[in-house]
Design a protein around this ligand. Structure first.
Ligand code: ZN
Length: 561
């Protein structure tokens, strides 16, 4: 971090530009990210936000910062109460149950637990104290047991979102409801008087519960102090939620400030905005039922966090394929190097490998320091992986091949370090992950492994009998369902494989000759998957001013021989 160009730059929604990140206290970072309202299973939009901020958390720690990461649970809310009323369940029990489901999803997605995960119901005292301060400072008023924030008394209102007060009248989106008793229709509730059957707490204004926005002001200042480094959330929270947070915090404690506001982009589906009304919505559970959670994480990180992501099954298939390729490479490498764990001797690493690893490592840092360009890192990763596979082909497992052993060891480290920092290495072994990826692929194909093995056997027989049309058809039918057969010296094996384009783009069925299918499948075993049009679509990167890097898939991999 010595050179000036090695500084971390993060885009700040407040100033609408990338800024050098400078922590308030050297070596420490305080980060608050708005959490979920647990009234149902969490959806892919949540996965996106929390994978994004998990990457921020992990990368800041990698840079050596001591990070205090706070992510709340909104465990009291209209949505929770409505859902609980429908099912006859206690609202707090319902939110507790879905909080646990959310945490399971987070663990599946390899999101590290935040430092603190406060719940609204445990912080009612802090919330009441803050509301009282806002009233004392003349920025809120109470009517019939409700307390409202008075936007007219907070001149800076609207700075984050760039909205004028008029935009917020008559609802203005979010959870503001029209109430004729309010002084300004843009005023929002800090405290809601209790309605029959709702959870309630005593307060100076009578029994009730907090409004939605106040909790984040109260809990962020409780855990991080009024002035902290990073506040994050989905782009949809910019207004009104974060705007209201700024107003509440500033009205209660004038020294309140957030140095950097970070917002992640939306998730669309088939280029349409995902929404409950369009019924094109996915829960995280819907997706991990059929795809490995690491594939979902990889998919989410393949787009820069501020751009919108377009969800298609095709892109999930591509992500699964990449994750399989990564783990297959790591497993082959582990097996090859099993008896040669001697540590890296820098002077024995071939020069071209040294250059490749250095280029990749510095590229990783450059991309991540530039507003966390995970998309570039994941594309760049394919080059060292390809080099590993190329060199494994030459490795005969002999000690005399010392430069090869040293080169492969150096490449292994170069690849594993960033994968670990990005949360793509789990505590499971490579073979366990590969088995899980295979199981998901079988599930998507609607096949059992027994059936696939029977088909392999049948094809072997057909080939022995020179019935090539039959053997090609077996291979082609399986490939159409995402199962690829590889002929290796020890026999035919299978692996999951992104099905051909025609399986997704049904408009123009693609006809394949066995020859080009054969070469496509051979590519699948040891070479880096070629970038396909679907990948280009995935890289809907940012406008040029954001410094989007375009990867160079054609650059040759290093050859150790
Ligand atoms: Zn919040």
């Amino acid at each position: 971090m010595g050179e000036p160009e090695m500084q971390l730059q993060i885009h700040n929604t407040m100033t609408r530009q990338k800024e050098v990140f400078r922590p308030i206290v050297p070596g420490k970072v305080g980060m608050y990210v708005c959490g979920v309202t647990p009234y149902d299973y969490s959806h892919i939009g949540h996965a996106r936000a929390y994978v994004c901020f998990d990457v921020v958390f992990r990368f800041l720690k990698h840079l050596g910062y001591e990070v205090t990461y706070v992510r709340n649970f909104t465990d009291i809310d209209d949505k929770i109460i409505n859902r609980a009323n429908l099912s006859g369940e206690d609202p707090l029990a319902l939110s507790q149950r879905f909080s646990q489901e959310f945490l399971k999803d987070m663990a599946d997605l390899q999101c590290l637990p935040p430092t603190h995960e406060p719940r609204v119901s445990d912080h009612i005292d802090q919330i009441i104290q803050m509301i009282q301060k806002i009233i004392d400072n003349g920025c809120a008023y109470s009517i019939d047991g409700d307390v409202y924030f008075s936007v007219d008394n907070f001149p800076k209102y609207g700075r984050l979102s760039g909205r004028k007060l008029d935009d917020n009248r008559a609802g203005g989106g979010g959870r503001v409801t029209v109430d004729v008793r309010k002084r300004n229709s843009a005023d929002f509730a800090l405290w809601k008087s209790a309605k029959p059957g709702e959870p309630k707490w005593d307060s100076p204004w009578g029994p009730g519960r907090p409004g939605w926005h106040i909790e984040c002001s109260a809990m962020s200042s409780h855990y991080l102090g009024p002035h902290f480094d990073i506040h994050g959330g989905g782009q949809d929270l910019t207004f009104p939620h974060h705007e209201n947070e700024i107003a509440q915090s500033g009205a209660a404690l004038p020294e309140s400030a957030v140095n950097c506001w970070m917002h992640n982009g939306f998730v669309n589906r088939d280029n349409e905005k995902m929404s409950k009304s369009l019924n094109n919505f996915f829960t995280i559970r819907d997706i991990t039922e059929n795809y490995h959670p690491l594939a979902l994480r990889f998919f989410l990180m393949r787009t820069h966090y501020r751009s919108d992501i377009n969800y298609t099954d095709r892109l999930l298939e591509t992500a699964s394929d990449r994750v399989y390729y990564i783990y297959q490479t790591l497993l082959s490498l582990e097996e090859a190097l099993a008896t040669f764990r001697e540590g890296i001797l820098a002077d024995r690493i071939p020069l071209d490998v040294q250059q490749l690893t250095e280029k990749f490592q510095s590229g990783f840092l450059t991309s991540m320091l530039d507003d966390l360009h995970t998309s570039s890192v994941l594309d760049d990763l394919m080059e060292p992986l390809k080099a590993i596979n190329n060199n494994l082909k030459k490795f005969k497992g002999k000690k005399q091949q010392m430069p090869l052993i040293q080169g492969l060891t150096a490449l292994e480290k170069a690849v594993k370090d960033p994968l670990r920092i990005l949360g793509l290495i789990t505590s499971s072994s490579c073979s366990e992950i590969l088995k899980q990826l295979k199981d998901k692929a079988l599930k998507r194909a609607g096949l059992t492994e027994e059936y696939v093995l029977e088909q392999v056997e049948e094809r072997t027989q057909a080939r022995k009998n020179k019935e090539y049309a039959k053997s090609d058809k077996i291979r082609e039918d399986l490939y159409a369902r995402g199962i690829a057969l590889m002929d290796e010296p020890k026999g035919t094996v299978w692996r999951p494989r992104e099905p051909p384009e025609s399986q997704f783009d049904s408009a123009v069925p693609e006809t394949k000759t066995p020859e080009n299918l054969q070469s496509k499948l051979q590519d699948a075993t040891l070479s880096s998957p070629a970038l396909k049009p679907a990948d280009q679509a995935a890289r809907q990167d940012l406008p040029p001013e954001n410094g989007a890097k375009s990867p160079d898939p054609a650059s040759p991999a290093v050859d150790l021989s």
